[in-house]
Design a protein around this ligand. Structure first.
Ligand code: Y43
Ligand code: MG
Length: 203
């Protein structure tokens, strides 16, 4: 199954930018949910999977198109996995990357280097239609460490605080192509697209 036109069930400008960069070369036409008047749904699930399903189902229902949703977040070991599924709302509503980053630094103020391990998770859900009983689901993570102060201007969300030891850079210091190649979202999308390819006929 390889739909030509997809709705992206997200209101996050950073995610939408990355999805466009990743999907444009594949000949998939993608439109943001805002183009169909879809507002953010309440993310009432207790898992990334549940929240991604809620988002995809609502966008598909209102647009009448197949929908791709991304629920993602940051899991910090020293914080017992927080902020996790609450990453976007970590510092309360309305959502603010600046306040979320400040709260994260505060929560880790007493945690020394070497104990600041963290990972991003990205769960992607593709629904062929709003009542699709067989959602395509892929999840990937990206390991890093939380810096003591922000670095870099690229990316979005927690990227200025997300240090990649292998790259000797924060996620916000990577260029878009590098981030998309390495990130939880970029690799999850690659896997999703591979899973969307039609199955070869069996003899
Ligand atoms: O590559 C990333 N670089 C930096 N930060 C990231 C990334 N990936 C997820 N994150 C953070 C942003 C937000 O704090 C949370 C996602 O929350 P999440 O509910 O999935 O997204 P959202 O509310 O911003 O937009 P929407 O639900 O409409 O897709 O994790
Ligand atoms: Mg959200």
């Amino acid at each position: 199954m390889s739909p030509a036109l997809l709705v992206l069930a997200s209101g996050n400008a950073g995610k939408l930018r990355e999805f466009h960069q990743l999907l444009a070369p594949l000949g998939l036409e993608v439109h943001a949910q805002a183009d169909y008047g879809v507002a953010d749904v309440e993310e009432t699930g207790l898992t990334f999977v549940e929240n991604a399903l809620l988002k995809a189902r609502e966008a598909s229902r209102l647009s009448g198109l197949p929908a791709l949703a991304d629920d993602s977040g940051l899991e910090v070991d020293a914080l017992a996995g927080a902020p996790g599924i609450y990453s976007a709302r970590y510092a309360g509503e309305p959502k603010s990357d600046t306040r979320n980053n400040a709260r994260l630094l505060e929560a880790l103020a007493e945690v020394p280097e070497g104990r600041r391990r963290a990972r991003y998770w990205c769960v992607l859900v593709l629904l062929r239609h709003a009542e699709d009983p067989v959602p395509l689901i892929v999840q990937r993570s990206w390991e890093g460490e939380i810096l003591q102060a922000p670095r870099g201007e690229g990316g979005f969300g927690y990227d200025p605080l997300f240090w990649l030891p292998d790259q000797q850079a924060s996620a916000a210091e990577l260029d878009a192509e590098q981030k998309n190649r390495l990130s939880h979202r970029g690799r999850a999308l690659q896997a999703l697209v591979a899973a969307m390819a039609p199955e070869p006929a069996r003899s």
